[in-house]
Design a protein around this ligand. Structure first.
Ligand code: F6R
Length: 609
């Protein structure tokens, strides 16, 4: 998830305008920054790794000449955060520059094809193929206009993109296009702008044109022309007046980042389905060879590991040991050895306890694998192989979209391993792959249909002194995560257990009205879980059940129920069942008058460069 912005001005230099807009977009990504501008038949570029202020203090981002330019602030997905991988990227003849937000899934194939045609690539990014494709189109068909050359190029891209290109051939235009990544145009009497988000240009204009998926827009000082990529038909769209304050705009109209990030999950999950296959294969190969596998993490990432241990066991018949990172050295520090493999999972890639476990493992010659959201973080530097979870920056302190993204990547890894080991039939593989593909839609349906119900449950229980969260099997991890969310942002002391364990002590806490949340997928644990619900009900507990649609048995037992779509395979169920629990924590915090984005005593780890 990167930020893009560009403009064509009637007067003055575009560079300082771009710089200021990128600062407003820095929350979208902050590991490198760059600008390109055209002046007097020349293309000027400045870019480097680092936060915008750092790069500006060295390069002075404001002194590029020209009234037209594009800029980018990056959240690395392909290629480490290095100068060479910073956008904009140029073609071989340095006639054009492109910025891109998204992921090009078929970039390896395109790159190979273009290299065979003589194109020289400078970076390791997926983005660079776009500008070489446009160059190739113009080479093979010189009569193509700049916009048509872009149009033909993007028809070959699989994946997601919002792109913007400038060219010396038509130096008064910017050509932009969008597919599954946001793109908006802003206009006033002195300029025209494009951006990945409205906040980028909100101080300059409140007149915006939202671009839809599958559209290409050509910007010039005369205005904008939108075309459908599919058939080049022209689309007429009028600008809208945006009445958001800058603060509302950054949150895209949501009251809090946490809610925005919960709602972003369909899109972040889609991104996790665009992982480069060879990284997953490599991970699966290391896991296959390992004598013992530890899944090491803290907090929410630990819950992803716990769920993953069920995925690896059920799909690939691999036993793994989820370990809380702060205990790893004490518990396994002496026994870990050259035959051990440690998979460290950390959104930030910087969590001290996780890195301490990794250090200990490395000193004892174990193999370290990493799963993180921050390419370039310490974890990526110390891992033998790592995979990026591609969720973009998470601003709310409570992990939400990064949790479901971790689960999706881990499920894909388990599937890869299962395939390698011949442990699942082709039919089962296809079934699971299809369900994975549908997850973004399923999660979207849950958010859209259940939010109001969850809000009512939160209202009802806002004064509860304690909560229980119970699940069985893989849903134990979901229950733990629901409990952590509620505690950390709504400050409700809560307890989570595998449901079977509750009668060995915790049940003594239950008294009439005590809220107990049950996570109830219709898997093999369903029957036994009903027994656990009855036990709690018999003691007067108020049952809140997260169930599959149409689960009449549990509906009749529950005081309140929240439904998720039917037919989610067990190994994927935490991805859907956790969403109502995230919403519950969020609305409990709101009802109790707390800010969900800034829980006391907690702060997000950030990458220190
Ligand atoms: C909970 C939360 C924390 C983190 C934990 C690990 O909402 O955000 O529990 O999950 O601090 O952080 P990472 O994943 O960055 O290692």
């Amino acid at each position: 998830m990167c930020g893009i912005f560009g403009c064509i001005l009637k007067d003055g230099n575009a560079a300082p305008v771009i710089h200021a807009a990128l600062k407003r977009l820095e929350y979208r990504g902050y590991d490198s920054v760059g600008e390109a501008a055209i002046h007097d038949g020349k293309l000027y570029i400045k870019k480097d790794r680092g936060m915008i202020d750092e790069v500006h203090s060295v390069l002075n981002l404001d002194d590029l000449p020209g009234t037209i330019g594009i800029g980018h602030t990056r959240w690395a997905t392909h290629g480490a955060p290095l100068e060479v991988n910073a956008h904009p990227h140029v073609d071989c003849s340095r006639q054009m520059a492109v910025v891109h937000n998204g992921i090009i899934e078929n970039f390896s194939e395109l790159k190979l094809e273009l290299e065979n045609r003589g194109h020289i690539f400078e970076s390791k990014t997926d983005t660079e193929v776009i500008v070489h494709l446009i160059e190739e189109n113009l080479k093979s068909n010189p009569s193509l206009s700049f916009a048509d050359a872009v149009l033909e190029a993007i028809k070959r891209l699989d994946g997601s993109y919002a792109i913007a290109v400038i060219s010396l051939a038509e130096p008064n235009k910017i050509v932009c296009a969008r597919h599954e990544s946001p793109l908006v145009i802003g206009i006033n009497e002195n300029a025209i702008y494009f951006a990945s988000d409205i906040p980028a240009f909100l101080p300059l204009t409140n007149k915006a044109v939202l671009i839809d998926d599958g559209e290409l827009v050509t910007l010039s000082l005369e205005g904008f022309e939108i075309k459908k990529i599919r058939d080049s038909s022209v689309v007429v769209r009028k600008p809208k007046l945006i009445d958001w304050t800058p603060e509302m705009a950054v949150k895209q109209g949501y009251p809090h980042f946490m809610l925005k990030e919960i709602f972003e999950q369909p899109s972040t999950l889609r991104n996790t389905l665009r992982l480069q296959e060879h990284y997953l294969d490599l991970m699966a190969t290391f896991l296959d060879r390992a004598r013992e596998v530890f899944l090491v993490a803290c907090g929410t990432s630990y819950h992803a590991c716990l769920a993953a241990s069920y995925m690896f066991s059920k799909l690939a018949f691999l036993a793994t040991y989820p370990v809380i990172a702060s205990e790893f050295v004490e518990q396994h520090g002496k026994s870990v050895n050259i035959d051990s493999t440690i998979m460290a999972v950390s959104q930030s890639g910087e969590t001290a306890d996780t890195l301490a476990s990794v250090n200990c493992a490395r000193q004892r010659a174990a193999t370290v694998l990493g799963l993180t959201n921050v390419i370039g973080s310490t974890l990526t530097r110390v891992s033998r192989v790592y995979v990026g979870q591609q969720s973009g920056p998470e601003i709310g302190v409570a992990a939400t979209k990064t949790f479901t993204a971790q689960l999706s990547v881990l499920a894909q890894m388990a599937l890869r391993l299962a395939k390698k080991r011949g442990k699942v039939s082709q039919d089962e593989m296809d079934f699971l792959a299809e369900k994975l593909e549908k997850l973004p839609e399923t999660v979207n349906a849950i958010i859209q249909t259940q939010e109001e119900k969850v809000k009512q449950v939160a209202k009802k229980h806002k004064d509860a002194k304690t909560f229980f969260f119970l699940g069985r099997g893989i849903s134990t991890a979901t229950a733990y995560e629901g409990r952590l969310k509620l505690m950390e942002i709504a400050y409700v002391p809560a307890i989570a257990f595998p449901a079977g364990e509750s009668k060995h002590g915790p049940i003594s806490l239950v008294e009439p009205g005590f809220p107990v949340v049950f996570v109830c997928p219709k898997d093999e644990t369903h029957k036994t879980l009903i027994g656990n619900i009855m036990e709690m009900k018999a003691r007067g507990a108020s049952i809140i059940a997260v169930i599959e649609e149409g689960d009449e048995e549990i509906k009749q037992l529950a005081d309140d129920y929240i439904e998720v779509p039917r037919g989610i395979p067990e190994v994927l169920s935490p991805i859907t069942f956790v969403v109502p629990l995230q919403l519950l924590a969020y609305y409990m915090a709101v009802e109790r008058g707390y800010s969900p984005d800034t829980p006391r005593n907690l702060a997000k780890s950030v990458t220190v460069k």
